[in-house]
Write a protein that binds this ligand. Structure first.
Ligand code: GUN
Length: 261
């Protein structure tokens, strides 16, 4: 079975349209010209517009001092026209990313870095599993990659549900031994063809949240040969990506509930 993201995202959009009473605005901060960031932002902008949500891009040059970014976040934190703030990652390598993200006010932190929102990609993975009725209770779950956008938040959420995911990364010694034991693999390493057929059992389910470019195409972490062997997988593109955008939109709509309560 191919776990396409589109029907999952459509389902979330139906709920959003029902919930939407006032139109919140997303403020996105982009520093520099990273081409993937620019295209992700365009997708977010288009989706926001199609739902009637506001969208404002704050595009700063790549040589902007870190202090200016912090100041902008502080301004947006108190700007009543901005309901949610996204600082698009990656920031320039010399920036202290963690310190910057901590500046975002919890109620506006729709990426769920430090506030109470659930990180959209982690949320998207759970939504896909739920939509396709894939039970995770008692399953051996292996998460590959422990970045702040996917691995870290997903591990926390699953632990909160009483599960014990095994977290590894692309450099884990004998990664194969871990993946061969997994019922469900969630991979977000950003390493093309990291997961090879000999690393998985035939009844393993793979959610691929990897995202990198290979030969001019967006690819996940899973070698296409694996698809011929396993039970179910989410494709890249067309799997986790569109559901992540839907979950971000859901968080933005949630901000209106928070500010009115
Ligand atoms: N860069 C790639 N994906 C994301 C995301 O979901 N949020 C942010 N802030 N930056 C990203």
């Amino acid at each position: 079975m191919i776990l396409f993201g589109k029907p999952v995202a459509e389902n979330i959009y139906l709920q959003i349209k029902k919930d939407l009473k006032t139109a919140p605005t997303l403020g996105v901060i982009l520093v520099g010209e990273d081409s993937s960031s620019v295209s992700y932002i365009k997708i977010k902008e288009k989706k926001a517009a199609s739902l009637g949500l506001g969208f404002q891009l704050f595009h700063l040059s790549g040589i902007t001092p870190e202090k200016k970014v912090t100041e902008l976040i502080r301004e947006l934190n108190v700007n009543k026209y901005i309901s949610g703030i996204v600082v698009q990652l990656p920031l320039p390598p010399e920036f202290q990313t963690e310190k910057i993200l901590k500046q975002i006010k919890g109620e506006k932190d729709v990426d769920g870095f430090y506030g109470s929102f659930m990180a959209p990609t982690a949320q998207a993975i759970l939504e896909i599993l739920k939509f396709y009725k894939i039970n995770i209770k008692g399953k051996k779950i292996v998460i590959i990659g422990h970045g702040r956008l996917v691995g870290q938040p997903l591990e926390k959420i699953l632990q909160g549900q009483g599960l014990k995911p095994v977290v590894c990364d692309s450099k884990t010694v004998d990664l194969k031994a871990k993946t061969l034991e997994a019922d469900i693999i969630v991979t977000a390493a950003g390493v093309p063809s990291l997961i090879k057929p000999e690393m998985v059992k035939a009844d393993t389910i793979i959610i691929d949240a990897g995202n990198s470019e290979a030969a001019g195409k967006i690819v996940g972490d899973v070698d296409s040969e694996v698809y011929l062997k396993i039970k179910a997988y989410s494709p890249v593109p067309g799997g986790v990506g569109p559901v992540t955008v839907a979950c971000l939109m859901k968080n933005i709509v949630e901000t209106t509930k928070m500010s009115t309560s």
